[in-house]
Design a protein around this ligand. Structure first.
Ligand code: GLP
Length: 244
């Protein structure tokens, strides 16, 4: 595991973007797993900049979204599908056919998870999986106590996660309580993982991931056993590490 601490989130994002751009230059048909949340936004901003300056061509990549709220269609501005489309995919001019996402409006979410698992198996392995981390240590929507052996599945969100994501909704009642997520087993099957975490709210989880024991109560702690993972932090997210 490589841990890098940057002066700010922009520098962390630019560093991650360079790794992804290098991967896509080496293999134009790369499979990239993208995460939502504020954490990866500096990465996406740097990728969009590279695309606009002609340094990045994403026309052959295949993408997989990491997770989705159950009950929100891809047209809902709060859905992760909408977030990824408008924050990244449209700007990188990625064809709709190359974008894979879980449909939050699926009539049968369990079948939707199974179908997504099949797609991942057909197109994978993912070359680079980008991750953020929840303040409770969740990755994707794999909440504490999720088995490390889980594949794509449905999760009931913890109160902490609902509270953290409340800021995107009118009220807490509007925050979906169920989600579909790529499982920890799928994440660990990626060839490379880049986790970006910025801000003091992530310091506890980051310390547990890097210095704690492997523990399903901190889902991100499994990442230590992956052969190629980079954890990119700003100083605030790294602030609890000295104690470890
Ligand atoms: C959500 C997403 C995670 C993300 C987390 C942290 O729960 N499912 O993939 O890592 O939020 O989000 P943020 O980066 O906005 O703090």
């Amino acid at each position: 595991m490589i841990v890098k601490i940057f002066d700010n989130e922009q520098l962390a994002g630019e560093y991650a973007a360079q790794i992804i751009i290098g991967q896509i230059k080496r293999k134009p048909g790369s499979v990239i797993g993208f995460a939502t949340g504020s954490s990866p936004l500096p990465i996406y901003k740097a990728m969009v900049g590279a695309c606009e300056s002609g340094d990045l061509n994403c026309s052959h990549i295949t993408t997989f979204n990491l997770d989705e709220y159950i009950g929100l269609s891809h047209r809902d501005p709060q859905s992760f599908a909408f977030f990824m489309k408008h924050r990244l995919f449209d700007k990188l001019k990625i064809d709709e056919k190359q974008i894979n996402r879980l449909s939050g409006a699926a009539e049968d979410p369990e079948e939707e998870c199974r179908a997504y698992e099949r797609k991942l198996n057909e197109s994978g392995p993912i070359d680079i999986q980008i991750l953020g981390i929840g303040s409770n240590g969740h990755i994707g929507f794999n909440e504490p106590d999720t088995a490390f052996s889980e594949h794509v599945h449905i999760e009931r969100l913890t109160e902490e996660t609902v509270g953290a994501n409340r800021r995107f909704f009118k009220s807490e009642d509007d925050v979906p309580k169920l989600a579909m997520t790529v499982g920890i087993k799928n994440i660990m099957s990626s060839k490379k993982i880049i986790l970006i975490a910025c801000g003091g709210a992530k310091a506890w989880a980051v310390d547990k991931v890097i210095n704690g024991k492997e523990d399903p109560m901190v889902p991100g702690s499994i990442l230590r056993s992956h052969p190629d993972v980079e954890i990119l932090l700003d100083k605030a997210a790294a602030s609890a590490l000295d104690r470890g």
